[in-house]
Design a binder for this molecule. Structure first.
Ligand code: SF4
Length: 688
């Protein structure tokens, strides 16, 4: 029997058809009816069937290294958390979750922490991925709303890709653009990225901007649009506020000044500005090169400012478009899975706190934001976190200053990890190991980058004693004395509560509204874009109404950071994904053909830099920073700019002795969003 489900990797959220075979294998195909991919899959998605073995799975609960029963493990977790709370207060405990959790799991973790333990110390690896887009959306729109959809990328006459290697990181979206361009060759594509990535193969113009120079590039664009007289004054007057202040901040940014800040030629900047100015249907699509920066939120708003100034938002083929990294980064945001948000896009303001508390019947509602990811592990290192529960993620490898995170976890009195894998670098530090269900076994929903909610459905039995995350969270809540509020038999009941909360005292005031799904059949739920008020809404803001108090969008005045000055002998290290691996490789590492693409950790270095350092092609290189060091293979390529390096984020101690690249990255964060600057580590390189 074929099961209709959703890919567990990137934020494109492709529909997958999974068919178990009599020999125990599973045939995977793209779902031709899913609106994200219409049957397409990338290399990772099509190899999903090769990642389903039980090798390396955690199949039984463990305390220390001893196998225990579920009752013993759950009692231990509940008692450990309750005693930390009673001795040190609710802010002494924390949950660190993941964009791999399904919405139902996320919802319960958030409810337990914020409503029943009484702390907002629940953050997730979505902080590393999307937090600056969330903050930028809220500043501009009054809500965390992605205005458009994937069709806009196909209907645009100009696609501006910023800090995004779409060809490798969102491959099916890239394939859709390639197909659309084949139909409409007049479509133009500009790639703004310090690296000449594979995505450049379809670009008409590549702007190899200096790291973090993209802020200045879009501030200069706003000034240039005004100088050219292509600003949409009537749109600005009717639907926005703050334009004059944003323009005042931008007006000194001539093309020559932008060239100085971006290391781009004035000619190429002028060409980009001209294309943007003269094309109405423009989509600016961006991801981690924008978000993972100490000025990420400002960069998001610098982009949105240009779309607001030209009224290019909410209509087919135009708008700013943040593409998420993970399958359920959006779903996590929807249930409040970040330390500074409440559920259903509500905020830490008195009326929202009271509303959510009343809806949940919460005995101990959190009243203030909690610790964001980097701050959370720093607090742990200071001994302030006495118990932490990590769900479906591997912060010992993926957090900046990863060695310090490892040390912090090693000193935390109670570390609980629920995961499907027994041997991650984080699992090695767990006092309690809880076997969680994985893709193919889990049942729930995810939300992709275009606000589309899709079902992930099980097609395999639960192995060993593995259980779904929602069940594990509910059982711990029961043992903490909150049974009635966590009495769910199936994930559909949790989804129904999530739908009810989204519509609770909403009446169109909040963007996230699922009232049209109140009577939906969960089992057969077809992919649907929120908001769903009667029917699904494909684009927002076409009516010029935003979710601010006065209904107007906000321009944000942006002061780009000064050009980055490197000390002699140092390099700027950019980190990111390769085509065929995912995060810390716990799934993709099982598929031999995926590992064949890039077999080991490496560093891309420009030929002139390699020669100056005496680094030969394929030789070993030692990269070091004040936070750690790694040994990686040299990939000498002129795709890399001089003075800059690139290394993938995937390899761990589990897969390669010494390739944990995030051990080098400083824990510097964006001051608005708290998102770490994972694209900007200052390192030293030498032959090993
Ligand atoms: Fe999965 Fe993303 Fe590939 Fe689609 S593009 S198959 S969601 S990894």
């Amino acid at each position: 029997m074929t099961t209709r489900t959703t890919c567990p990797y990137c934020g494109v959220g492709c529909g997958v058809l999974a068919t178990p075979q009599p020999d125990g294998s599973v045939t995977i195909a793209g779902d031709p009816e899913h609106p994200a991919n219409f049957g397409r899959l990338c290399s990772k998605g099509s190899a999903l069937g090769e990642t389903l073995s039980l090798e390396g799975r955690l199949l039984h609960p463990e305390i220390g290294d001893a196998r225990v029963t579920w009752d013993e493990a759950l009692d231990h977790v509940a008692k450990g958390f309750m005693s930390a709370v009673s001795e040190h207060g609710p802010d002494s405990v924390a949950i660190y979750g993941s964009g791999q959790l399904l919405t139902e799991d996320y919802y319960l973790a958030n409810k337990l922490m914020k409503g029943f333990i009484g702390s907002a110390n629940i953050d997730t690896n979505s902080r590393l991925c999307m937090a600056s887009s969330v903050a930028g959306h809220k500043r501009a729109f009054g809500s965390d709303t992605v205005p458009g959809n994937y069709e806009d990328l196909e209907e645009a006459d100009l696609i501006v890709m910023v800090g995004s290697n779409l060809a490798w990181c969102h491959p099916v979206l890239y394939q859709r653009i390639v197909a659309a361009r084949a139909q409409r060759p007049q479509m133009k594509i500009v790639l703004i990225d310090p690296r000449r990535t594979v995505t450049n193969d379809i670009a008409d113009l590549h702007l190899p901007v200096a790291p973090d120079g993209d802020g200045a590039l879009f501030v200069g664009l706003l000034a240039h649009l005004d100088r050219l007289g292509v600003i949409d004054s009537s749109y600005i007057a009717a639907h926005t506020s703050g334009f004059e202040a944003a323009l005042l901040a931008a007006e000194d940014w001539s093309i020559e000044r932008v060239a100085g800040a971006t290391a781009l030629s004035a000619v190429s900047i002028a060409r980009f500005y001209e294309l943007f100015a003269r094309t109405r249907r423009v989509v600016t699509v961006y991801s981690q090169g924008v978000n993972q920066s100490a000025s990420g939120t400002d960069k998001v708003n610098a982009i949105i400012n240009c779309h607001l100034a030209t009224g290019r938002i909410g209509y087919p083929g135009m708008g700013p478009f943040s593409v998420t990294g993970q399958p359920n980064a959006m779903g996590g945001r929807e249930v409040g899975g970040l330390a500074n948000m409440l559920a259903a896009h509500m905020e830490f303001v008195p009326e929202d706190i009271e509303r959510v508390s009343r809806f949940w019947g919460a005995p101990r509602m959190a009243s203030k934001p909690g610790l964001k990811a980097v701050d959370l592990f720093a607090a742990m290192a200071r001994g302030e976190i006495k118990a932490v529960w990590i769900m479906a993620t591997n912060p010992v490898d993926s957090m900046p200053e990863a060695n310090a995170v490892r040390t912090a976890l090693a000193t935390c009195p109670l570390v609980v990890v629920s995961d499907m894998n027994r041997h991650t670098d984080t699992m090695a530090l767990a006092h309690v190991r809880l076997p969680a269900a994985g893709w193919g076994e889990k049942d729930g929903t995810v939300t992709n980058s275009e606000r589309r909610i899709s079902r992930q459905r099980p097609f395999l039995p639960l192995p060993g004693e593995a259980r779904p995350d929602w069940w594990i969270i509910g059982q711990v809540a029961h043992r903490m004395g909150h049974g009635r509020a966590f009495d769910y038999e199936a994930p559909g009941e949790i989804f129904a509560e999530h739908v009810a909360l989204a519509g609770f005292e909403n009446e169109g005031r909040r963007d996230f509204d699922l009232s049209g799904l109140v009577d939906a059949d969960y089992e057969s739920l077809a992919p649907v874009q929120w908001p769903v008020r009667g029917k699904s809404v494909a684009r927002l803001f076409a009516d010029g109404k935003f979710f601010t108090a006065d209904g107007k969008a906000r321009f944000v005045p942006i002061q780009p950071p000064p050009a980055f000055a490197l000390a002699p002998g140092s390099f700027l290290l950019n980190t990111g994904r390769v085509r065929d691996h995912w995060h810390t490789m716990t799934r993709t590492g099982k598929a031999a053909r995926l590992s064949a693409h890039m077999a080991e950790p490496f560093v891309e270095i420009h030929p002139a830099d390699a020669e100056a350092l005496g680094i030969r092609r394929a030789s070993l290189v030692r990269l070091s920073s004040p936070h750690g060091h790694v040994l990686v293979r040299a990939l000498v390529t002129d795709r890399q700019s001089r003075g800059q390096l690139f290394s993938p984020m995937h390899w761990t101690d589990q897969f390669a002795g010494n390739g944990r690249i995030d051990a080098l990255v400083a824990g510097k964060t964006d001051p608005v969003s708290g998102q770490p600057a994972l694209k900007m580590a200052v390192v030293h390189a030498e032959p090993a």
